[in-house]
Ligand binder design. Structure first.
Ligand code: CDP
Ligand code: CDP
Length: 228
């Protein structure tokens, strides 16, 4: 069966990673979490005291770093210089600085090289902010996931609660809005729906519902290309 590449973009908490993993499992595709790469670089900057607002230093830090995404769709682990940082990159400290890391052109160019290499073989689901617009403008299927800010904050709030950590809904809501605004307003490959992306509002949908919509669209694309 011919394989395609799927780009899934959208704001924080829209369901990108959950749904991308689910689609990858169902289609037997590779899942590539591009946000995890920006998070890993942010963690390295925090640990080494590198100023996150210095684009040149952040780009050098990335060039010297080893960031690896490991695993199948069910287990996706992130390694930074050989250490499993899958959990360490999900803290609120990283949440609050990752948009700064992602705003630098040098960092984005370097990440783009790595991400395109990872998707060189068809059969990849990539999720992020600029996959459909910049990383894979020729992806056969582009999805832009959205959901209300209240719903997205509630989803994050529940995740934090489930981890047994203290959760403050208002704080999470503010942080999400702030990060979205920053990602949308930045100069280089901002968070934006690609013109040819299919928008899906997940506010009132379950995870399986979103996955089945996307896998159905993927199957359509594969069949269409067979007809040509
Ligand atoms: O999981 P969540 O949606 O909260 O975030 P993420 O996908 O882990 O991405 C974290 C941050 O990395 C985003 O807020 C963006 O600033 C940045 N990012 C990006 O600029 N481009 C991407 N392709 C992926 C993430
Ligand atoms: O990657 P992104 O930040 O877009 O979202 P996520 O990390 O996948 O988080 C979404 C959370 O909302 C997860 O806990 C999902 O179980 C839940 N959820 C969803 O993703 N999609 C829905 N339609 C409903 C709930």
């Amino acid at each position: 069966m011919r394989k395609i590449n799927i780009a899934i973009d959208g704001p924080a908490g829209a369901g990108k990673s959950t749904v991308s993993k689910g689609c990858a499992v169902q289609l037997d595709y590779t899942y590539i979490d591009t946000g995890a790469m920006y998070r890993a670089l942010s963690l390295k900057a925090l640990r080494t005291g590198t100023p996150l607002d210095d684009g040149g230093k952040m780009t050098e830090l990335l060039k010297a770093a080893s960031i690896r995404l490991v695993g199948n769709p069910k287990v996706s682990e992130v390694y930074l210089d050989g250490e499993d940082v899958s959990e360490a990159i999900r803290t609120s400290e990283v949440d609050s600085v990752v948009s700064l890391t992602a705003a630098h052109l040098g960092v984005r160019e370097e990440m783009a090289l790595k991400q395109r290499r990872l998707a060189a073989e068809k059969g990849a689901v990539l999720d992020g902010r600029d996959i459909g617009t910049t990383i894979l403008p020729d992806a056969e299927l582009k999805i832009f996931l959205v959901a209300s800010a209240e719903e997205r904050a509630l989803r994050r709030y529940k995740e934090v609660q489930e981890r047994g950590a203290p959760a403050d809904y208002d704080e999470i809501y503010e942080a999400i809005i702030h990060r979205d605004e920053f990602d949308k307003a930045r100069e280089h490959s901002p968070l934006k729906k690609a013109e040819d992306a299919v928008e899906i509002d997940t506010t009132a949908l379950t995870v399986p519902e979103v996955i089945s919509r996307i896998t159905a669209l993927a199957e359509e694309k594969v069949n269409q290309s067979h007809d040509v």
